[in-house]
Ligand binder design. Structure first.
Ligand code: NAD
Length: 466
C-alpha cells in the first residue's frame, strides 16, 4: 500500500508510524499516511524557526515566485490531486476538481500581494508603518475542504515572510501530504513543513513556544482549546470555527431561484461546509410553494461515490460524523415531519440521503446545533423582525443569507444579523480574495482578502526624531 510521507526541513520523511486512511465511499482503508511523534513535530517547528530569518529577509518578488511555481506544479497535477481528494474526502469529482482549481487561484491571489511600508505625516514629523512577519505559523485544518482551507493559511503566511508547519486532519491527510512532494522542490528547506498526526499533535503544536501564530480551522470546542493554549505566550490566533447559518426567504423572493440556490448550497460537500445554510426560515406567504420546490430540487440530487458518473452528493466524510448525523436525523424525525430522505443508503460507506425536515420547534437540536451533514430544517415565519430575532439565536455567527427581490431592503436587514458574512440571493459565496470570518463563537479574525493577509503580520512603527 502507498504510504504518504511528511515534509520536514526540506526532506520527505517517514513518520514514527503510519495510520490507515479510509475511503468514505467504502468504509475500507485504501492508503497509509506517515504520522509524526512529538520529536518529529518539534523537529518541524525547529526547522521552520531556523528558516525564518532568511525567508523573512527575501524580497516580496522572490517569495511570490516560489508561491507561483508551487501553484503551477499543483495546477499541472490538478486531476491527480482531485482524484485523491475524492478518495480521502468523499466529495463528488466536480466539487473536488473545483476545490483544486480554487486552491490554485487562491495561491495566485496571495502571491500577488505586496504590503508596502506606508509613510504618514504627523505634527511631530513623519513616521513609517511597516507590516512585518510573525515567525513560525502553525496551520491546522479540518477534513471538509483539506486543500482550500490549508491554502488560506500557508499562502498568506508565506508571502508575508513567515515559515509554516501545516497539519491536516487525521481522516484527510493525503492531499496535504502530497503538497509536501511539490513544496520540497520549490521552497528553501524548513520554510514549509507538513506533518500528519493521529489527532494527537494539535495541542503540542499550538502550545509550542517557538510557534508565533496559530491559524486554526475546525470545531468551536477545539478552537477554544487552541485559544487557551495560545494564552501563555500570547501567540496570535486566527480561528475559523463552526456555524449554524440561517437563510431567510422573504415573501417577495424569487421562490424557484431561492429553492434551487439553497438546495445547491445546503447539500454541497454533503452539508459539511462551515458556512452552509443550516436553518431555512421561510415567509408564511411563500412557505408551501418554497417547500414543494425545495423538496423537488433535493430529490434531483444523486447520491453515490464521488467518482461515479452523475453523482452530486457523496458520503459523509468519516464514521464519527456519519453516526452523529444519523442520530440528529433520528431525533428530528421523531418530533418533525420528514419531507424527503431520512435514511442511510443500503450500501457500504457513509451514505446518508439528502434530508429535509419540517415542523420542528426553535429548540430542536437540528435547529440549534451544527448538523454538518446532508439534512436541513424548514421553518416558517410570519414577520420579518421575528425572523431576524430567530436567525440571531444561538452562539454561532458565521454566515447568513436573505432571499428577496428588494436588495436595498435586504442590505438593511443584513445589518441586524450577527454574522461575519451576509449573502443576498446566494449563500456560501466564499472566495480567497474576499474577507471571511465569524462573529460570536464562530471565530476570531479574518481569512481571505487583504484583511486576511494582514493577520500574518504585526505592525512596526519607525518614528525618527524631527
Ligand atoms: P476538529 O476541531 O475536531 O479538528 C480540526 C483540527 O484540529 C484537526 O486537524 C485536529 O486534528 C486538530 N485538533 C484536535 N485537537 C486539537 C487540539 N487540542 N489543539 C489543536 N488542534 C487540535 O474539527 P473537525 O471535526 O475536523 O471539523 C469540523 C468543524 O470545522 C465544524 O465545526 C466546521 O464548522 C468547522 N469548520 C469551520 C470553517 C470556517 O472557516 N469557519 C471551515 C471548515 C470547517
Amino acid at each position: 500500500m502507498n504510504a504518504y510521507r511528511m515534509l520536514i526541513d526540506g526532506r520527505l520523511v517517514e513518520g514514527a508510524r503510519t495510520i490507515a486512511v479510509i475511503d468514505p465511499s467504502t468504509g475500507e482503508s485504501f492508503a497509509d499516511a506517515h504520522v509524526a511523534d512529538g520529536a518529529q513535530l518539534d523537529e518541524a517547528v525547529a526547522a521552520a524557526a531556523r528558516a525564518f530569518p532568511d525567508w523573512a529577509a527575501r524580497s516580496w518578488s522572490e517569495r511570490s515566485e516560489c508561491l507561483l511555481e508551487f501553484a503551477r506544479r499543483l495546477d499541472e497535477e490538478a486531476d491527480a490531486f482531485a482524484l485523491l481528494l475524492v478518495r480521502e474526502q468523499g466529495k463528488p469529482w466536480g466539487e473536488a476538481r473545483y476545490e483544486v482549481d480554487a486552491t490554485v487561484r487562491g495561491i495566485r491571489f496571495y502571491a500577488a500581494v505586496e504590503l508596502k511600508p506606508e509613510k504618514r505625516d504627523h505634527p511631530t514629523g513623519a513616521y513609517e508603518v511597516e507590516r512585518r512577519p510573525l515567525g513560525v505559523v502553525a496551520g491546522i485544518t479540518p477534513w471538509n475542504f483539506p486543500m482550500i482551507l490549508a491554502s488560506n493559511k500557508y499562502a498568506p503566511a508565506l508571502i508575508t515572510g513567515n515559515t509554516v508547519v501545516l497539519k491536516p486532519a487525521p481522516t484527510t491527510p493525503l492531499t496535504t501530504l502530497e503538497l509536501g512532494r511539490l513544496a520540497a522542490d520549490v521552497f528553501p528547506a524548513g520554510v514549509f513543513n507538513i506533518v500528519a498526526d493521529d489527532n494527537d499533535m494539535g495541542a503540542r503544536l499550538t502550545a509550542h513556544p517557538d510557534v508565533a501564530k496559530v491559524s486554526f480551522t475546525g470545531s468551536t470546542d477545539t478552537g477554544k482549546a487552541v485559544m487557551r493554549s495560545a494564552a501563555d505566550d500570547m501567540k496570535r490566533v486566527t480561528l475559523e470555527l463552526g456555524g449554524n447559518d440561517p437563510a431567510i426567504v422573504l415573501a417577495d423572493a424569487d421562490v424557484e431561484a431561492a429553492a434551487r440556490g439553497l438546495a445547491a448550497t445546503v447539500f454541497l460537500n454533503a452539508g459539511q461546509v462551515c458556512a452552509a445554510p443550516k436553518r431555512l426560515y421561510v415567509a408564511t406567504e411563500v412557505y408551501d410553494d418554497f417547500r414543494d420546490r425545495f423538496v423537488a430540487a433535493t430529490r434531483e440530487i444523486r447520491l453515490g461515490a464521488g467518482d461515479e458518473d452523475g453523482v452530486t452528493l457523496g458520503p459523509v466524510q468519516n464514521r464519527m460524523q456519519f453516526d452523529k448525523v444519523r442520530g440528529i436525523i433520528d431525533e428530528a424525525a421523531s418530533s418533525g415531519t420528514v419531507l424527503t430522505g431520512g435514511h442511510v443508503a443500503n450500501r457500504p460507506g457513509y451514505f446518508i440521503e439528502p434530508t429535509v425536515i419540517a415542523d420542528l420547534g426553535d429548540d430542536a437540536p437540528l435547529v440549534t446545533g451544527e448538523q454538518f451533514g446532508p439534512v436541513v430544517p424548514l421553518l416558517r415565519f410570519d414577520d420579518e423582525a421575528d425572523a431576524i430575532v430567530r436567525a440571531n439565536l444561538g452562539s454561532y455567527g458565521l454566515g447568513a443569507s436573505i432571499w428577496t427581490r428588494d436588495v436595498d431592503r435586504a442590505r438593511q436587514l443584513a445589518r441586524g444579523i450577527s454574522a461575519g458574512s451576509v449573502w443576498i440571493n446566494q449563500h456560501t459565496a466564499i472566495h480567497p480574495d474576499i474577507p471571511f470570518g465569524g462573529v460570536k463563537q464562530s471565530g476570531l479574525g479574518t481569512e481571505g482578502g487583504l484583511e486576511g493577509v494582514h493577520e500574518y503580520t504585526r505592525l512596526q512603527v519607525i518614528n525618527v526624531a524631527a
